[in-house]
Design a protein around this ligand. Structure first.
Ligand code: SF4
Ligand code: SF4
Length: 205
């Protein structure tokens, strides 16, 4: 991906894109987290309501249903799907509470949780590994491309955040905007932004 960007082509890998964008905007927002029936439902051909389209499956698990088109949503059932989930809708694993990647970890996906652990609200080791590994790869790539002020990278990521990527590069080159030594600071991708409420947020340019 980095090689193609250096060659002038925009290449998108959503797993890596999402990690970089989440870092730039200061973490996943409430709207990015799994709502699981709280705001949308999936409808089976027989009219049963499910909290997620992946849970419809063969439409043969009554415990996963949260209502029917003829009778509406049964809200208590929605609440019971993940009884211990907090405001942040993240998996309830103890280790997540102190994890530095929690701010952009996708372990709110109830289906992914269930597929691995059998519980809609408990994340599994494979997902955890995937989240940490993809974040590490994304950060290394982003730091490298940012250090080069690669125009394709800057436009693809900073441009989508509403920032004039060419102006950003020009300000850094002229010294008007100071950035840390990106190749020496492993947390540099976050350091190009300012901290706010314990999370990373974009520098105002
Ligand atoms: S990376 Fe692993 S430990 Fe960290 S928040 Fe995600 S699931 Fe939890
Ligand atoms: S469980 Fe996963 S796939 Fe289903 S709505 Fe939530 S995030 Fe989406």
């Amino acid at each position: 991906m980095a090689r193609w960007m250096r060659a002038g082509r925009t290449v998108s890998v959503s797993t890596l894109d999402n990690k970089i964008l989440a870092a730039l905007k200061g973490g996943l927002g409430h709207e990015d987290k799994c709502k699981l029936g709280d705001g949308f439902v999936a409808v089976s051909p027989d009219g049963h309501l499910y909290p997620c389209e992946r849970l419809v499956a063969e439409d043969d698990r009554p415990d996963d249903r949260v209502g029917h088109v003829s009778t509406g949503i049964e809200r208590p059932k929605v609440a019971c799907l993940r009884p211990d989930i907090g405001e942040d809708r993240h998996a309830v694993n103890e280790e997540c509470s102190t994890c530095a990647e929690k701010f952009r970890c996708a372990a709110s996906c109830a289906c992914a949780n269930r597929a691995e652990t059998g519980s809609l609200q408990v994340a599994g080791g494979v997902q955890c590994w995937h989240e940490k590994t993809s974040a590490r790869i994304a950060d290394r790539m982003a730091e490298s491309l940012f250090a080069d002020l690669d125009p394709v990278f800057l436009r693809w990521f900073y441009g989508r955040m509403g920032i004039d990527a060419d102006l950003l590069a020009a300000k850094i080159r002229s010294g008007e905007l100071q950035v840390p030594a990106l190749r020496t600071d492993p947390k540099a991708i976050g350091a190009i932004a300012r901290r706010r409420d314990g999370k990373r947020a974009l520098r105002v340019i």
